[in-house]
Design a binder for this molecule. Sequence first.
Ligand SMILES: *[C@@H]1O[C@H](CO)[C@@H](O)[C@H](O)[C@H]1NC(C)=O
Ligand SMILES: *[C@@H]1O[C@H](CO)[C@@H](O)[C@H](O)[C@H]1NC(C)=O
Ligand SMILES: *[C@@H]1O[C@H](CO)[C@@H](O)[C@H](O)[C@H]1NC(C)=O
Length: 384
Amino acid sequence: MTRWREVNSLLLVLLVLLDPQLAVGREAQENITLAVILPQSNINYPWAWPRVGPALDRAVRTINSDPTLLPDHHLTYAFKSSENQDGICSESVAPLMAVDLKLAYNPWAFIGPGCSYTASPVGFFTTHWDVPMITAGASAVEFYNGVYPSITNTGPTHKKLGRFALRICEHFGWRDHVMLMFGDDKQDDRPCYFAMEGLYEGLKSINISTQDSVFEENKPPINYSQILTDIQNSGRVLFVCCSPDVFRKLMIHFWEADLPHDQFVFFYIDLFAASLNSRQQQPWFRGDKDDAVAKKAFQCVKILTYREPQNPEYRRFVSDLKTDALKMFNYSLDCSLMNIIAGGFYDGLMLYVHVLNETMAAFRGRPPGKVVTRRMWNRTFHGQ
Ligand SMILES: *[C@@H]1O[C@H](CO)[C@@H](O)[C@H](O)[C@H]1NC(C)=O
Ligand SMILES: *[C@@H]1O[C@H](CO)[C@@H](O)[C@H](O)[C@H]1NC(C)=O
Ligand SMILES: *[C@@H]1O[C@H](CO)[C@@H](O)[C@H](O)[C@H]1NC(C)=O
C-alpha cells in the first residue's frame, strides 16, 4: 500500500515536471510579445508613436478581451524609438533597438519601423531571424520587389502610386514628355524621392520614359528659371512633389513665364493633402499679392492625395484614436489624412493576430515567421 502511494506521487511529480501548464494552473497565460520600433516624438512622421500608439494599444486591448483570439495567451508589446537625438529617423539607431528588443523579449513579430531608411536594416534582421515585420510605412518600392520576404505592408505603398500614375498616362494616351520634378535634400527620409521612384518604376513598366528635374528645397534660393527651362525643354505632363509653398512659387513662375500654358498639366503629389489643410482647401491662397496669379496657375494643377476611407468604421476609428491619443499622450490629434497610417497599423496587427490564431493550432504553439507572413499576404482584412 505504502509503496503504491509512493509510486503514485512520483507519477504526479513527473506529470508536474512534464506539463508546466498543469503546474501553474490553467489560468496562467503565455505572453506573446510584439516589438514596436517607431519614431517616439516627431509627429511630422505619419507613423510617429503619438499618432499610431493609441491605435496599437487599442488593438491589443481588443485582442486580449476576445476569448476566441489567442486563447491561453496574453498579447503585450515593448516599444523602442527609431529616432536619434535630433528626432530624426536613424538607420543606425533602429537596427540596434531591434537587436535589443530581440534579445530582451524574443518577440513574435515586429511592428514598424515606418521610415524607409530604418525599415531597411530592420527588415534584413527580421528576415534573418524569421520574425514577421508588419508596417504601414516603409512605402518605398524596393520593399516590395522580393528583397524583404519578412515584411507585410498594410498601408499605402509607392508601388501602388506608380500603378496609379501609369493608369493616368494610359488613359490619356500620354507616352512622351512626362517629367518627374521633386525636391530632395538627400537627408531624413526623402519622401519625395521615394514617391517619385514609385512613379518612375510604374511608368517604366509600360516603357514611358521620364525626365527628372531635382532641386534642393532647404538650400535657398531655388533656381526657378532653371526649373522652367527644364519644363519648357522636356515636359508637358509634370508630376511634381515638394512642399506646398515651393509648389505654389513654382506655379506662379510658370504662369508669369511666356509659355503656352494650356499645353501643360501638373500633377501635384501631395499624399497626405498638406496643401489642402487649414486654408479652406484653397492651395493657392496665402493672403498675399500673388494670390490672384496663383489661383489662375492652379487651373493647370491636379492634386493627387490618398483617399480617406468613407465607411462609418473608419470614422469611428478616428474618433477613438483622438480620444485615446489625448488619454495616452495628452496629444491633440489633427484630422489629417495621416490617420490612415494609424488605421493601416491597426489593421495590420489585427490581420497578424487572426492569421496567428489560425496557424498556432496547427503548430501547437509559435509558428515559423515565414508561415505567418505567407498567410498574411494577398489577404483582405476589413477594419472593425
Ligand atoms: C507576462 O507579462 C507580464 C507583464 O506584461 C508579466 O507581469 C508576467 O509575469 C508575464 N508572464 C509570463 C508567464 O511570462
Ligand atoms: C517595352 O520594351 C521592351 C523592350 O523594348 C519590350 O520587350 C516590351 O514588350 C515593351 N513593353 C510594353 C508594355 O510596351
Ligand atoms: C539659374 O538657371 C539659369 C538657367 O539655367 C542660369 O542661366 C542661371 O545662371 C542660374 N542662376 C543661378 C543663380 O544659379
